[in-house]
Design a binder for this molecule. Structure first.
Ligand code: BGC
Length: 354
């Protein structure tokens, strides 16, 4: 079968290769991959900046935002032949640490977790893969191809859960949320904010095009200047750019008693002149909480599945706005300003959403 692979930490090493069929030891559920979304993490891996191959192997199969169809499954399991499914990305560490032991692998404490398509475990960008029942999530068949958005939605479902839990340290009735960054993560975070009944604002550097249109179609407000110029201090900020200047601007403008959640992974190496003392003062005097959030556990995939099922399908379809066949994979790796979620179609018979 064909698989898109890379030699981690080696730029320009991506190659579509022929591989053995997935071994039965990977799990009793056999899945044919339909589509895989490409995100910033994949681009980092492809640029040679991130990623780990499986032990004893040179190449890693890419792909962690998957959508597949079950080909074979045990009779008494959670999924059956023909179901649309998504594979969970992270696997608990083998020790396991206290969090992995209770299936909260997204909070792994010893760093020995693995991630499919990212860290020490082949991803889903192969024509077929095998998986165990506990790491597969069934997707509403009506979502069709849009089920490929489940993994990024799980990441923002976790971010929102962190915001809610931290906000709940005192009386918590947030009214406004600012999302910085109108990429897929930012737009999905905005969707969940709207579903919570909040007044949602999204800020991005683009001044026109698909992103502002998608924000307005959600009923949210779009901004393209600096955070401090939006005219109010939001109760919640979900940071999805990873850009230092945006992060610091946002951190200095969280509302009193508010919560800011960081989801963007910065590349590092950017030093900026900044008044940390002033920021410290306002964060202390206003009980501001800033929290980082990565990955997602099964609870987050389940709440993400509900959020996607409740979302407007046409709006979601606007997010998946470029599809590239597997043979032309390299076209998926260059980004255009109006790309939101680019997906590689592994199987040309793509299920449609209804
Ligand atoms: C993935 C997460 C993963 C993180 C760090 C993100 O792109 O969505 O599942 O934990 O990268 O590797």
């Amino acid at each position: 079968m064909r698989a898109l692979t890379v030699v981690p930490l080696q730029a320009g090493s991506a190659a579509l290769i022929d591989m053995e069929e997935p071994p039965e030891s990977d799990g009793p559920i056999l899945v044919e991959t339909l589509a895989v979304g490409i995100c910033g993490t994949d681009i980092e891996i492809l640029s040679g900046a991130y990623g780990w191959s499986p032990p004893g192997r040179e190449r890693l199969v890419l792909g962690h935002e998957s959508l597949g169809r079950v080909l074979e499954a045990p009779a008494d399991g959670p999924v059956a032949k023909g179901d649309l499914v998504v594979g969970i990305v992270r696997r608990p560490d083998p020790v396991p640490c206290a969090n992995c032991a209770v299936m909260e692998w997204d909070f792994c404490r010893n760093g020995q977790y693995t991630e499919r398509g990212i860290k020490g475990h082949d991803g889903y960008l192969s024509e077929r893969y095998r998986i165990t029942p506990d790491f597969v999530v069934k997707v509403d068949s009506q979502l069709g191809i849009l089920g490929v958005l489940l993994e990024p939605t799980s990441v923002v479902a976790k971010a929102w859960e962190e915001v809610d839990r931290i906000g709940g340290r005192a009386h918590w009735a947030p009214h406004t949320v600012l999302i910085t960054g109108a990429g897929p993560i930012g737009l999905l975070a905005a969707l969940l904010g709207v579903q919570r009944g909040l007044e949602v604002h999204v800020l991005d550097r683009m001044t026109e095009g698909v992103k502002p249109d998608l924000v307005r179609a959600l009923g949210a407000t779009y901004h393209s200047g600096p955070v401090h110029s939006i005219g109010f201090n939001p109760d919640v900020i979900i940071e999805c750019t990873g850009v230092s200047s945006v992060i610091l601007d946002a951190m200095s403008n969280v509302g009193v008693g508010g919560v800011m959640c960081l989801t963007g992974v910065s590349s590092g190496g950017h030093e900026i002149n900044f008044d940390e003392g002033a920021m410290n003062r306002s964060m202390v005097l206003e009980n501001v909480a800033v929290v980082g959030s990565v990955n997602a556990n099964r609870r987050h995939y389940d709440s993400a599945a509900l959020a996607l099922a409740a979302a407007d399908r046409d709006w979601l379809a606007g997010l998946v706005n470029r599809r590239v066949p597997l043979e032309k994979w390299s076209e998926a790796l260059t980004r255009n300003d109006n790309d939101v979620k680019v997906v590689i179609e592994v199987n040309p018979e793509m299920p449609t959403s209804t």
